[in-house]
Design a protein around this ligand. Structure first.
Ligand SMILES: Cc1cc2nc3c(=O)[nH]c(=O)nc-3n(C[C@H](O)[C@H](O)[C@H](O)COP(=O)(O)O)c2cc1C
Length: 323
C-alpha cells in the first residue's frame, strides 16, 4: 500500500491517487473545482453521449463547461459505435480536454438497451473497437475506461475486459467492483479489482464504497490498485478528498454551497443552475441537524436569491454550532 502517490496516465502525471469519477447530474464544473481544491488529483465531467455531441444536442454545452481552476480537464464519453466515438473525440468541444474516459459501466436500462455503457462488458469485440477508435482519434491524449466487475454475477469478466482495454491502447482503467445487475446495491468487491490489477500493466483505479480514510486505505491495500475513485461520498462533501488524506478542514457548508452555485451560475442559465443546485444542497444537507428543513427550502427555490438565502441559513447553522 502506498497512499498518496501520483499515477502516470499516458502523458499525464497525477499529483496523487484520489480521483472523482463521472457522476451524472452531479460532477458539474462546481463539484469538480471543489474536488480539486480539496485534494482530488483527477475529476471527470459526467458522461456525455458521443452521438448527442456529434448531433449537437442542446444540453451538452453546460455539461462540457470547464473552469481554469481545474487541474486536469477530463471528459467522459459513452457510446457503442466506433465512428461516433471517433467523431466525438475529434469534436471541437472536446479539444480542451486532456484526458478522455470511456464509460463501460453505466447500468441504466435505456443505455444498456442501446448496447452502451455496461452492455459493452458483454461485447469485448465491439468494446475494443470503441477504445481503438478513441485512441486513434485522441491525438496522443490518454484514453481511459471505466468498467464494472461484470454484467451479472455469472459474468464477472472485468480482468479479461481490462486486458482488452489495455490491448486497445488505453492508458488506465477504473473498476467499480459491482456487477451491472447489482446497480448500486450490495457491496463492491475488492477481490475482482485485485484480479484486474494482476491482469494488466496500465494503472488501475479501484472504485466502490470508499467513504472515509479507513475504507480508502483498505481499498488500496486489498486491491493493490494505483488509485481510488470516490463518487457518492464526494457529493455534498467535496472536502472528503482532504479527509481521505488525513486532513480534516473546518467546513462552513453554506460558504461552499454559495461558491458551488457561483461557479455553475457562470456557465448555466439561472433556472438550470438553481435546479442543479437543489440536488447538491440535498447532498450538502445530508447528516446535518436541521438539514431536512434546509433541503425542503432548497427544493422550493425558484431563483438565485432563494438558493443564496438557503446557503446563508447553512452558514447560520454552522456559526451556531461553533458557540
Ligand atoms: C447518480 C449517479 C450517477 C452516476 N453517473 C455516472 C457516470 O456518468 N459515469 C460513470 O462512469 N459512472 C457513473 N456513476 C457511477 C459512479 O461513478 C461510481 O462508479 C459508483 O457510484 C460507485 O462508486 P462509489 O461507491 O464511490 O459511489 C454514477 C453513480 C451515481 C450514484
Amino acid at each position: 500500500m502506498s497512499e498518496g502517490r501520483g499515477i502516470k496516465i499516458g502523458n499525464i502525471i497525477l499529483d496523487g491517487d484520489l480521483v472523482m469519477p463521472a457522476v451524472a447530474g452531479y460532477s458539474d464544473v462546481g463539484q469538480r473545482v471543489l474536488a480539486y481544491r480539496y485534494g482530488a488529483s483527477l475529476a471527470h465531467t459526467e458522461m456525455i453521449s458521443a452521438k448527442g455531441l456529434v448531433y449537437g444536442s442542446d444540453n451538452t454545452e453546460a455539461l462540457l463547461a470547464t473552469d481554469p481552476r481545474e487541474k486536469i480537464l477530463a471528459v467522459q464519453l459513452f457510446g457503442s459505435e466506433p465512428e461516433f466515438i471517433a467523431k466525438a473525440v475529434k469534436h471541437p468541444a472536446i479539444a480542451k480536454f486532456a484526458l478522455i474516459d470511456l464509460n463501460f459501466g453505466c447500468p441504466v436500462p435505456k443505455i444498456v438497451r442501446n448496447g452502451e455503457g455496461s452492455a459493452l462488458m458483454r461485447d469485448p469485440v465491439r468494446l475494443k473497437e470503441v477504445v481503438c477508435a478513441a485512441v486513434e482519434s485522441a491525438d496522443k491524449r490518454p484514453v481511459t475506461a471505466k468498467i464494472r466487475a461484470g454484467f451479472t454475477s455469472c459474468e464477472r469478466n472485468a480482468p479479461e475486459i481490462a486486458a482488452v482495454i489495455e490491448s486497445a491502447g488505453a492508458s488506465a482503467v477504473t473498476v467499480h467492483g459491482r456487477t451491472r445487475d447489482m446497480f448500486y446495491s450490495g457491496k463492491s468487491d475488492r477481490e475482482i479489482i485485485k484480479k484486474v490489477k494482476e491482469s494488466v500493466s496500465i494503472p488501475v483505479i479501484a472504485n466502490g464504497d470508499v467513504t472515509d480514510r479507513d475504507s480508502y486505505l483498505r481499498t488500496l491495500e486489498e486491491t493493490g490498485a494505483d488509485g481510488v475513485a470516490v463518487a457518492r461520498a464526494a457529493m455534498g462533501r467535496p472536502y472528503i478528498f482532504s479527509e481521505l488524506r488525513g486532513e480534516y478542514p473546518d467546513i462552513d457548508r453554506g460558504a461552499l454551497i454559495a461558491e458551488h452555485f457561483s461557479i455553475i451560475s457562470a456557465v448555466m442559465p439561472e433556472k438550470v443552475a438553481v435546479n442543479c443546485m437543489k440536488k447538491h444542497i440535498a447532498a450538502y444537507a445530508y447528516g446535518l441537524r436541521g438539514g431536512k428543513d434546509l433541503k425542503l427550502r432548497a427544493f422550493a427555490a425558484s431563483c438565485a436569491d432563494d438558493i443564496l438565502k438557503v446557503a446563508e441559513a447553512f452558514s447560520r447553522l454552522y456559526s451556531e454550532s461553533m458557540v
